[in-house]
Write a protein that binds this ligand. Structure first.
Ligand code: NAD
Ligand code: TDX
Length: 335
């Protein structure tokens, strides 16, 4: 089997590449990534010399680059991870989110049709459903109600996938997952930002009252779910993926400080994110019941494992946090 993985140098994509080589021998992988600030080939050091692995630096929205790639290779499946993924950046610079997340997806859909790819998997997010009150869960039929430019771009891509299934008969499926954590996550996202700031004895910026709720899932459990959906998911269906693991941001930050043995005085309340969704919570019973997906990580163990990974990979995150990231941080937090 030959897979095209887009965005494979990012957090979830690189974890997925590792999962393929660890658990599915004989599968070959072409990884297309434009290497934005979030793409990092260091994440893939251990696979780079494998005969079944090839990296191509290209933008999924670049139609001629995609034509060249798809006409040269016959892919059995495309898994589209490539995207601008940070909500805060979408508030200050929405345009690139449309280009990569919407137009990029459309180019890939065209290529999948033209070059008769057997399967297309769109990696989407629970954020397309908007925000929940204190109770209730997102199910696959919850109406789309995106609130940020990021989630609007992801919802737009989902609708395009739906249209290509309906109009052209493309064999595609969509996954919508909750917040991921684990190794190789760029330290602009909550968990790695708090871990690495605490390790540098820097302030931990908590938005608003810290009472927003997220449902956290270990990235490896997400990747296993994606594999199952690719292999067995019913064409045209959406599969929600989540950890049944809701945390108020503030409690999670305090938990990280306990693990790291650092004082709560590092917590600093900062201006809230505009349009900040209050609560996300996923009902994942469809993927569990239909495809037999099961969680491997319990959260306390997964979180400790993740903290240990950042302790063991200080050079990785120090390099990532240097350079352009410093400018972004100053502009975003003014800390
Ligand atoms: P990430 O930002 O860590 O990685 C994205 C990767 O895509 C990077 O390597 C980047 O260089 C690449 N990329 C961006 N634009 C590109 C383009 N135009 N062409 C080619 N490559 C491009 O993101 P992530 O957290 O790994 O998220 C991966 C996917 O999963 C995204 O589609 C995101 O919407 C979705 N998702 C993420 C989460 C989460 O918690 N991180 C949860 C649910 C869904
Ligand atoms: O500095 C911060 N302070 C803070 O309080 C940051 C970066 C975040 N937060 C809050 C905002 C959210 O309520 O923490 C929560 C998590 O924030 P992010 O890590 O930015 O994730 P979120 O906005 O929930 O979106 C994530 O989950 C769904 C991913 O970034 C998306 O790509 C994915 O689709």
């Amino acid at each position: 089997m030959k897979l095209l993985i887009t965005g494979g140098a990012g957090f979830i994509g690189s974890n997925f590449v590792h999962l393929v080589f660890n658990d599915h021998p004989g599968v070959s992988v072409v990884n297309v990534d434009s290497l934005t600030y979030a793409g990092n080939l260091e994440n893939l050091k251990s696979v780079v010399n494998k005969p079944d692995y090839r990296f191509i630096k290209a933008d999924i929205a670049d139609r001629s680059a995609m034509e060249e790639l798809f006409s040269a290779e016959q892919f059995d499946a495309v898994i589209n991870f490539a995207a601008e993924s940070h909500v805060d950046r979408s508030i200050t610079e929405p345009e690139i989110f449309l280009k990569s997340n919407v137009f990029g997806t459309q180019v890939l859909l065209d290529m999948a049709l033209k070059y008769k790819v057997d399967r297309f998997v769109q990696i989407s997010t629970d954020e397309v459903y908007g925000s929940l009150p204190a109770t209730g869960y997102f199910v696959e039929t919850t109406p789309l109600a995106p609130n940020s430019p990021y989630s609007a771009s992801k919802a737009s891509a989902d609708l395009l996938v739906r249209a290509y299934i309906h109009t052209f008969g493309l064999n595609a499926v969509i996954t919508r997952c909750s917040n991921n954590y684990g190794p190789y996550q760029f330290p602009e996202k909550l968990i790695p930002l708090m871990i690495t700031n605490a390790l540098e004895a820097k302030q931990l910026p908590v938005y608003g009252d810290g009472m927003n709720v997220r449902d956290w899932l270990h990235v490896e459990d997400h990747c296993k779910a994606i594999w199952l959906v690719m292999e067995k998911g019913r064409t045209g269906e959406v599969y929600n993926i989540g950890g049944s693991n809701e945390w108020h941001n503030l409690d999670l930050v305090k938990e990280l400080l306990t693990i790291l043995n650092q004082p709560e005085s590092l917590i600093t309340y900062v201006k809230d994110r505009p349009g900040h969704d209050r609560r996300y919570a996923i009902d994942a019973s469809k993927i569990r019941n239909e495809l037999g997906w099961e969680l491997k990580y319990d959260f306390p163990a997964g979180l400790r494992h993740t903290v240990q990974w950042y302790l063991d990979h200080r050079t990785w995150w120090e390099r990532v946090k240097s350079g352009a990231y410093q400018e972004y941080y100053k502009k975003q937090y003014n800390l």
